[in-house]
Ligand binder design. Structure first.
Ligand SMILES: *[C@@H]1O[C@H](CO)[C@@H](O)[C@H](O)[C@H]1NC(C)=O
Ligand SMILES: *[C@@H]1O[C@H](CO)[C@@H](O)[C@H](O)[C@H]1NC(C)=O
Ligand SMILES: *[C@@H]1O[C@H](CO)[C@@H](O)[C@H](O)[C@H]1NC(C)=O
Length: 414
């Protein structure tokens, strides 16, 4: 296939362009330090940040304290939990509304009567979860009797199945802060995603953003600064007796796919950054759509295929119905190579999901000519060439090695 060849050809071209473009500020400012800091084509010139997707999803069962702690130990710049609500309104870490896929709930006869078809809202639209158990029908105490299962995906180890229970948001924060305390206060970022806030607020009869408020409360009670007047004091546990020490809270990004929810959060806070994710809502992948996002968000994070095969290919692959008039009123879809420069020109940092382990062929599907399943180095280099500012990754050490390799190429060429 010509894909790899053209990706590396464009890499070389970009190196040359980067050399010319990135040399300019150095010539003007004349500072050698600037040169070392500004080798990456990202918005701020620093290396793209790597986010541990679902924690360390490759080695560990996703969204367990073990997956979060290991992502932090491995050196992820940020660790990602997904958040849903229990019946008693507690935020817990889980990817889906339903539990059959990744827990042993089916082995618990006492919960058999909660199995069934359930009406929910996903992406703001009515949907049905078929033959499954909803987390929102379980109290935290009940959930804690279940165990999480690793998602088999090729070469993942399955030794850690049914060792860990579903973690609360608080336990997530504790796991990351424990690592920070042990590493002399390295500021480890967190990038939580509120899952289906429309559905959760609907269940809690809330016109008042119950889910978002719970989320802000947990962050506040842990000392995270949300506005300029907050002190910003976080604690890391240092030993088994539970002694703590002060640590930096670490950078915080509010990430999500639900635009009203993200806008609500943006109104409540000033310090954490906002990241708007876009997948099914393709109207936002137009010049007008991205301008709307830039109005309240610091980041735009999109499915990586939009920047490879393009939005049209993804729509036809998924069979989505799209209103062509509306798309054209919004300025038409951006082409793969236009997203990063366009986002940057509006002040947005650009991000993508998700880079799996190199040995895993995606079972999540992608359009015919997608990069998935190809060499991760070529894939990550392709997006690094574009100037992507951050990405969600599943094998953190591998992604860090590839980032380092790219950086040494850049530095040697400069
Ligand atoms: C749940 O939905 C499936 C698929 O629509 C259907 O076959 C099944 O009979 C339903 N189960 C119940 C208990 O209604
Ligand atoms: C929401 O309202 C319904 C109907 O009034 C009620 O049955 C349910 O308990 C309420 N849920 C919560 C979480 O307050
Ligand atoms: C951005 O926000 C301003 C002020 O709230 C509003 O007037 C403008 O229409 C918005 N622009 C877009 C593209 O949504």
């Amino acid at each position: 296939m010509h894909l790899i060849a053209s990706a590396s050809a464009s890499f070389v071209t970009l190196l040359v362009i980067s050399f010319i473009v990135l040399s300019l500020p150095v010539l003007i400012s004349g500072s050698a330090n600037d040169a070392a800091d500004r080798v990456w084509p990202t918005k701020d010139g620093s290396p793209p940040k790597l986010y541990g997707h679902c924690g360390e999803r490759f080695l560990m069962p996703e969204h367990t304290v073990a997956s979060y702690e290991i992502a932090a130990i491995e050196g992820a710049d940020y660790v990602e939990p997904d958040l849903v609500l229990t019946k008693d309104g507690i935020l817990v870490c889980y990817h889906d509304l339903a539990m059959k896929r990744a827990t042993n709930v089916a082995d618990h006869p006492e919960f058999a009567d909660r199995r069934g078809n359930h009406s929910v809202y996903k992406d703001g639209k009515p949907d049905v979860v078929v033959d499954d158990w909803l987390i929102i029908h379980f109290t935290l105490d009940e959930l804690k009797t279940l165990k999480v299962k690793q998602q088999p995906d090729g070469v993942r180890p399955l030794y850690f199945n049914e060792l860990f229970s579903i973690a609360t948001f608080q336990e997530f924060i504790d796991a990351v802060h424990k690592v920070s305390a042990k590493e002399n206060g390295r500021a480890i970022g967190i990038i939580p995603e509120l899952k289906h806030p429309f559905f959760h607020n609907f269940v809690f009869n809330s016109s008042e953003n119950f889910m978002e408020e719970e989320y802000l409360n947990v962050l506040r009670s842990n000392g995270f600064p949300l506005t300029q007047s907050d002190e910003g004091k976080c604690k890391g546990v240092v030993d088994s007796q539970g002694s703590t020490k002060d640590i930096p809270c670490g950078p915080l990004i509010f990430q999500g796919f639900d635009k009203p929810s993200q806008q609500y959060l943006a109104q409540q806070i000033t310090l954490p950054e906002i990241m708007m994710n876009v997948h099914p809502d393709v109207y936002l992948l137009t010049p007008k759509g991205i301008q709307e996002i830039a109005n309240f968000s610091d980041y735009l994070c999109i499915w990586k295929e939009f920047m490879y095969t393009g939005v049209e290919a993804e729509i036809s692959y998924r069979g989505w119905q799209v209103d062509a008039d509306l798309v054209s009123q919004m300025g038409g879809f951006l082409l793969p190579h236009q997203f990063v420069p366009f986002g940057h020109s509006l002040g947005l940092k650009m991000s993508l999901f998700t880079i799996p382990d190199s040995r895993e062929h995606s079972q999540r599907g992608c359009a015919v000519e997608c990069m998935d399943g190809l060499d991760r180095k070529n894939e990550m280099f392709y997006y690094f060439d574009m100037g992507i500012d951050s990405m969600f990754v599943e094998n953190v050490p591998e992604a860090m090695r590839i980032r380092l390799e790219y950086e040494s190429l850049l530095k040697n060429n400069l």
